[in-house]
Design a binder for this molecule. Structure first.
Ligand code: GRF
Length: 236
């Protein structure tokens, strides 16, 4: 698989740890493409011995589309790597339409909220968690979905809820959600590599029940807090 990154790369690390150093793993990261140089994700890839490339920035005024430098570079890199799966792991650029079409059903994205809520253009990083807190939501979570031409709108593959505590701030919430991201993303990639999940005509198709098996019991996430309602129970 090829992983596209723009940031610190902790999700990339979760994939590397789960797949690249495990004999018999059903997939592995073969190339990492970054939207900018000098980011932590590139260091992680290099430490793991995975080849990397930095994608060209769109020239000022350049239009998105088949001829854009980003589009040509992405198509070239993905073909070179013979990518069976493309994972957007904190990739902040819009994937050009021709790339989405060429890899439809083989590009997935991870989003740190329960889509379709708290997604779309401009909803990334801490902004997502700030919006969740502003809305007073009691539950947020993680979504992994197939990528289509719209931001955060493609068919959902898997979601996992994460509680919001009353004393959460953006940082504490982001940390709790990220912990689940690091578990859910490798699970979905492994399932995809094993042919257990695919994009069908009507959306995502699972070959077996998603919750089957104990591997989806995410024990320990958010442990140590009094109740799912924050301080509400103690206040009566
Ligand atoms: C994650 O929260 C991911 O859901 C979002 O961007 C963040 C990337 O974090 N799309 P990292 O670079 O994997 O640490």
């Amino acid at each position: 698989m090829v992983v596209l990154v723009s940031g610190s790369g902790t999700n990339l690390q979760a994939l590397l740890d789960r797949l690249n150093f495990v004999p018999g793993a059903p997939a592995r990261v073969v190339r990492v493409l970054a939207s900018r140089p000098g980011i932590g994700a590139l260091e992680r890839a290099e430490r793991a011995g995975v080849p990397t490339a930095v994608l060209p920035r769109a020239a000022f005024g350049e239009r998105e589309g088949p001829g854009s430098s980003l589009c040509r570079a992405l198509l070239g890199e993905l073909e070179l790597a013979r990518a069976g799966l493309v994972v957007l792991a904190g990739f902040l650029l819009r994937v050009p339409g021709p790339v989405v079409r060429a890899y439809r059903g083989r590009i997935i994205n991870i989003h740190p909220a329960l889509l379709p809520g708290f997604g779309g253009p401009g909803m990334y990083g801490r902004r997502v968690h700030a919006a969740v807190l502003d809305a007073g939501a009691r539950v947020t979570g993680v979504t992994v979905h197939f990528v289509d031409e719209e931001y955060d709108r493609g068919p959902i593959i898997a979601q996992w809820p994460v509680p919001v505590w009353e004393d959460d701030d953006e940082e504490s919430l982001a940390a709790r959600v990220l912990e689940v991201e690091h578990r859910l993303l490798p699970e979905v990639v492994v399932a995809f590599a094993r042919g257990e999940v695919r994009l069908g005509d009507g959306g995502c198709r699972w070959e077996r029940p998603w919750f089957a098996g104990s591997r989806f019991a995410f024990e320990g996430v958010g442990e140590g807090h009094p109740s799912p309602c924050g301080s509400a129970t103690s206040e009566g």
